[in-house]
Design a protein around this ligand. Structure first.
Ligand SMILES: Cc1cc2nc3c(=O)[nH]c(=O)nc-3n(C[C@H](O)[C@H](O)[C@H](O)COP(=O)(O)OP(=O)(O)OC[C@H]3O[C@@H](n4cnc5c(N)ncnc54)[C@H](O)[C@@H]3O)c2cc1C
Length: 493
């Protein structure tokens, strides 16, 4: 494994996103003196917080998987997960709603899930599910060790026994084709393949290696921290500070200072120079290259689709929904084609509706409710739509009307607070192509082909977060923190 050159005693981490915080914890655990400089007044970055009139909303991730990775980051400084977070496993993890009016609960317990699939789709489909679980569990085991939780320096690093196992098991075929080998019912085909969208691709374009995402949320389980997912950011920041990491909020870094092919520190918007032996950059990777580092030629990347999120505080409650609800439209391949290939808004939307106040009433005023509605939309590279103003209002109205048609009776009338976040907002927050989901996980933007976490020429600059390896989403970003720290310490903690 390549590591940064020279001394590494004092490290400056730019950004207290989950990637930056995980890196800071691992570095502090190995005795480095760590300073985190964060632009915002709170930690978490995309996993942030929006408070309006007594309603508290998570601004980013809501589907929290793999809490053992949070435990591992906290464990790097000797802290226990239970002392920082109160996690509730969600049962069901999701409820799926189909256009024919049927519903399917996604339950992490495989025996109960097989029974649920048998109830909705018949016993043969349940057998397919059990075979899928074995397949996806093996995939996760093979991918995790060799390709995800490992710093890859060259494509030849991929040549391991597990690569052969993946090839032999069809992991490099298209995801949808592979999923259809286990499932015959379009409802199960959808619920175990839509996660490709998290990787920025349609199931008919993504590789079957991404079945691991369905494994992580559908089988390994989804949990919810009391106070919302932002509590993860606060917990990690609190533990880091307790162990000597200095976190300076409200501090924007404007450039990395360099001399003789090395970073010497960073310069803040106030003109302060903060010296460092090594610098870790958590801002969106293409933006870090463009705005913080000396000019150089940049590789052109293809980005994941973006999303519009509606944060709704409401007087309306719905007894029959779950914490996470996925509403599928009639169209399937056509929806992915609209958003990803043609750069159009969904004509027949598939939506994620999360209802956090159901699990934790403290996030809404007494007797009231919070909803988080996520609609995939094209990124600004694919469709440079003019979001501010009229389009946002019309699209929000359209989403509310769609929810009313799909059974959320009186949804519009119940709204007390509504905030719509669009690709224009993600771009304003410094996310390339106006998407919070970074470069898509196509084959040549995955593993050793994804932008590396060591700067090409500056020997002591490291990247962390969803723009680098291994990729997007809370679990991957936590792993990226560990991998970035390993580039500095030379060992994976
Ligand atoms: C709407 C939405 C829904 C999502 N849903 C899920 C989900 O359900 N499950 C899941 O696993 N993942 C989900 N994700 C993805 C997940 O949130 C991200 O992959 C992850 O949080 C990214 O973390 P990061 O550390 O890479 O970056 P960020 O969170 O962006 O952190 C970067 C930090 O750097 C700071 N910064 C930037 N520039 C500067 C500067 N110049 N000076 C100082 N500080 C700076 C920023 O303020 C920020 O705090 C979702 C994301 C969004 C936005």
């Amino acid at each position: 494994m390549r590591t940064v050159s020279g001394r590494t005693d004092r490290v400056v981490v730019v950004g207290a996103g989950l990637g930056g915080l995980a890196c800071a914890l691992h570095l502090a655990g190995s005795g480095r003196q760590v300073t985190v400089l964060e632009r915002e007044p709170v930690p978490g970055g995309r996993a942030g917080r929006l408070g309006v009139d007594g309603y508290e909303f998570d601004t980013g991730p809501t589907v929290l998987t793999m809490p053992d990775l949070i435990a591992e980051a906290l464990g790097a400084v000797g802290e226990e997960l239970d002392d920082w977070l109160d996690l509730t496993p969600l049962d069901p993890a999701y409820r799926a709603y189909y256009p024919d009016g049927s519903t399917l609960d996604v339950i992490s317990d495989t025996t109960r899930m097989a029974a649920e699939i048998a109830r909705v789709c018949g016993p043969r489909e349940a057998d397919g599910y059990l075979r899928f679980v074995d397949f996806a569990r093996d995939l996760w085991r093979w991918e995790r060790a060799d390709f995800i939780e490992r710093n890859l320096d060259a494509p030849t690093d991929l040549l391991t026994g597990n690569l052969l196992r993946l090839l032999a098991n069809g992991a490099f075929r298209r995801l949808q084709i592979k999923i259809n080998q286990f499932f015959r019912d379009p409802r199960t085909q959808r619920i175990f393949s839509f996660q490709a969208m998290y990787a920025g691709l349609a199931p008919h374009d993504a590789l079957a290696i991404y079945a691991v995402i369905a494994y992580l949320d559908s089988v390994a389980g989804v949990c919810f921290p009391r106070g919302g997912v932002h509590a993860v950011s606060r917990g990690m920041a609190g533990a880091a500070e307790k162990h000597g990491v200095q976190i300076r909020y409200g501090t924007t870094v404007t450039r990395v200072a360099t001399a003789h092919g090395r970073a010497t520190g960073v310069v803040t918007a106030d003109g302060e120079f903060v010296p460092a032996d090594a610098v870790v950059l958590n801002p969106d990777l293409p933006v870090a290259y463009r705005e913080l580092l000396p000019p150089g030629r940049q590789r052109r990347l293809t980005y994941s689709p973006s999303c519009v999120v509606l944060h709704v505080g409401s007087t309306q409650g719905y007894g029959r929904i779950a914490h996470h609800n996925i509403h599928f439209g009639r169209s399937w391949k056509g929806t992915f084609d609209e958003v990803i290939r043609r750069g159009e808004l969904m004509s027949d939307p598939s939506l994620l509706v999360t209802n956090p106040s159901r699990t934790d009433p403290s996030v809404a005023p007494a007797g009231k409710h919070t909803y988080y509605v996520l609609a995939p939309v094209p990124n600004l590279d694919r469709a440079p739509l003019h979001w501010p103003g009229d389009l946002t209002r019309r699209y929000a109205d359209q989403l509310v009307a769609t929810l009313e048609e799909r059974g959320y009776v009186g949804f519009g009338d119940g709204i007390e607070v509504l905030r719509a976040v669009t690709p224009a907002d993600w771009a304003a927050q410094g996310m390339a192509a106006g998407t919070p989901f970074a470069a898509a996980h196509s084959l040549f933007q995955t593993g050793p082909f994804r932008p590396p976490n060591l700067h090409r020429t500056l020997g002591n600059v490291v990247f962390v977060g969803s723009g680098t390896q291994p990729g997007v989403g809370v679990p991957m970003v936590l792993i990226s923190g560990k991998l970035a720290a390993a580039r500095i310490t030379g060992t994976v903690s």
